[in-house]
Write a protein of this length. Structure first.
Length: 528
């Protein structure tokens, strides 16, 4: 291109830019005394910002304005109280220390009643409440416990006799029922078991991401040791679907790893048996609850730094086998675990080329505070590998070209606010990078990651944190509606199933709007 052509091109760009600007320059304090014009332009900017935000392009439909009045009265009361007294603003504090207060929030209760659609980023080991895992599973017969010195617990079901699993405790394996029969220690035993199922509050227990991940892995190990007993896993999956359904979620895509199951008769069950268990349990739940749309699995082995390439290759063999047997139920592949200490996606490129071209990826990527390292570089590799969605994407705002690509390719970013806070990526939700994604209506969904590990369940807690803590004060019921719509749109459901899901959701949404709108004009009772 000649210099003259370049100059003409620059002039053309300047002309286009000028034409996009209103013929009437935006006023400044120095441009004149017309205060009305200044405020008019200020209002115009606010209107435009609202229009381009999440839900901003939706129109209020029948009854939604009245319902929105109720919702916003609750939200504004909570935010304005926090503005006057920042220490009272719940999303600014760690979820582990304010969960009980959130449950008393009028805004949270409205969100609980709202049909939220689908949960698209949840790990199977932690999608059932601690109340059930502790209160039901640990009180079953034939359960033995090992108490190693690191503070975690191992569990094993068996009729009697020794275990093939080594117990790193001087007491060895102990029958839990016998420990609980001792009145002098039962309270302490129960407290320590329950505490081992929830990560400690980072404000008092740890202060950096690596330490928080260590605590997270210890809790995960404790819970997983209960879930490899086949009768427990069957009840656990059904209970998880029940808790989602009660939280007004009607579809889930679960990340799952395959750890062989066993029963008391000595039988061992491999990956195909595990998928069949999830499928049969889901089908049974749908028969019991016809307005529950369903569940699907994403195979998600760990990206641990110690995993050898041969192990990675075996993961792909396992994935191919289960997807061949259950092509409509096992829908994709992911690699999970702490990104900062695990292998980046570039380490897997050679192996990824061996996987079937039709494979859908749902990569965790950018779950980090770093910028310019291999961890946030996973975002680039995820989009180059044609990922269907991006898990977390916490660092995505640092990669403008990746943001352009997720819009062009409609790659949804799976946001998990509470997980990011508990694992020490973001202490105050007001500083969460998703605020930018919400402000510009990027393709996003909100999910809950591993809710049981921080004492939550369902989706409502994360929706609350996103709506009250991360979004603008002016974000209204349309933003919540758009999140629900997005959860269906960006799911792995085939189009016919999406249409059915959307129809079911619309009916539930209409009822929710009617019920909420009937409260219009009633006083908002705030918690203290």
């Amino acid at each position: 291109m000649t210099i003259m052509c370049r100059l003409r091109f620059v002039c053309l760009l300047l002309f286009i830019f000028r034409s996009l600007v209103s013929s009437e320059e935006l006023p400044t304090l120095q441009s004149g005394p017309d205060a009305d014009l200044y405020w008019s332009h200020r209002d115009q900017i606010l209107v435009e910002e609202s229009r381009i935000s999440l839900g901003g392009q939706l129109n209020f439909e029948y009854g939604e304005r009245e319902a929105n009045d109720v919702l916003m009265a609750a939200k504004w009361a909570e935010i304005d109280r926090g503005f006057r007294d920042p220490s009272s603003f719940l999303p600014a504090r760690n979820f582990l220390s304010v969960a009980d207060e959130i449950r008393r929030s009028p805004t949270f209760r409205i969100i609980q009643a709202m049909p939220k659609g689908a949960a698209l980023h949840v790990h199977s080991k932690a999608f059932v409440s601690t109340d059930f895992v502790f209160g039901n599973i640990t009180f079953r017969d034939n359960l033995y416990i090992c108490q190693p010195p690191d503070g975690s617990f191992q569990f094993e079901f068996r009729r009697s006799g020794g275990s093939e699993v080594t117990c790193a405790s001087s007491n060895g394996w102990e029958l839990l029922a016998e420990l609980r029969a001792n009145a002098s220690i039962v309270k302490d035993v129960n407290t320590r078991i329950r505490d081992a199922m929830i990560v400690p509050d980072p404000a008092t227990a740890y202060c950096n991401i690596n330490v928080s991940w260590t605590a997270f892995r210890n809790v995960s190990k404790t819970i997983r040791s209960l879930l490899v007993y086949k009768p427990v896993l069957e009840d656990y999956v059904y209970q998880g679907l029940t808790e989602l359904y009660r939280d007004n979620v009607f579809y889930i895509e679960l990340r799952i790893t395959f750890q062989n199951l066993y029963d008391l008769d000595g039988n061992v069950y491999g990956p195909l048996d595990i998928v069949r268990l999830y499928k049969n349990t889901t089908d049974r739940f749908i028969r019991d609850h016809p307005d529950f749309v369903g569940a699907r699995l994403i195979f998600a082995p760990r990206r641990s730094d110690s995993e050898a390439r041969e192990q990675i290759k075996q993961y792909f063999v396992t994935f191919a086998a289960v997807q061949k047997e259950f092509p409509d139920f096992v829908v994709g592949f992911d690699i999970v675990g702490q990104e900062d200490t695990g292998h980046p996606l570039t380490w897997l490129l050679k192996e990824l080329r061996t996987i079937a071209p039709s494979t859908r990826f749902f990569f965790h990527a950018g779950e980090t505070n770093w910028n310019g390292l291999s961890t946030d570089g996973n975002l680039i590799d995820a989009v180059l590998l044609n990922t269907t969605r991006i898990g977390h994407g916490f660092a995505v705002s640092k990669h403008p070209r990746v943001l352009e690509l997720v819009v062009e390719r409609e790659v949804a970013i799976e946001l998990n606010p509470i997980s990011n806070q508990v694992l020490c990526f973001c202490g105050d939700m007001r500083n969460h990078p998703a605020s930018f994604l919400f402000a510009r209506n990027y393709p996003v969904v909100v999910s809950s990651d591993d809710p049981a590990i921080w004492g939550a369940s369902g989706l409502s807690y994360d929706f609350y944190e996103a709506f009250v803590g991360i979004m603008s004060r002016s974000a209204d019921i349309r933003a919540l509606k758009q999140l629900a719509i997005n959860s269906i749109k960006y799911s792995a459901m085939p189009n016919e199933e999406k249409n059915r899901a959307y129809a079911i959701w619309q009916d539930k949404w209409a009822k929710f709007i009617t019920d909420l709108g009937q409260r219009s004009g009633a006083p908002i009772i705030t918690h203290t």
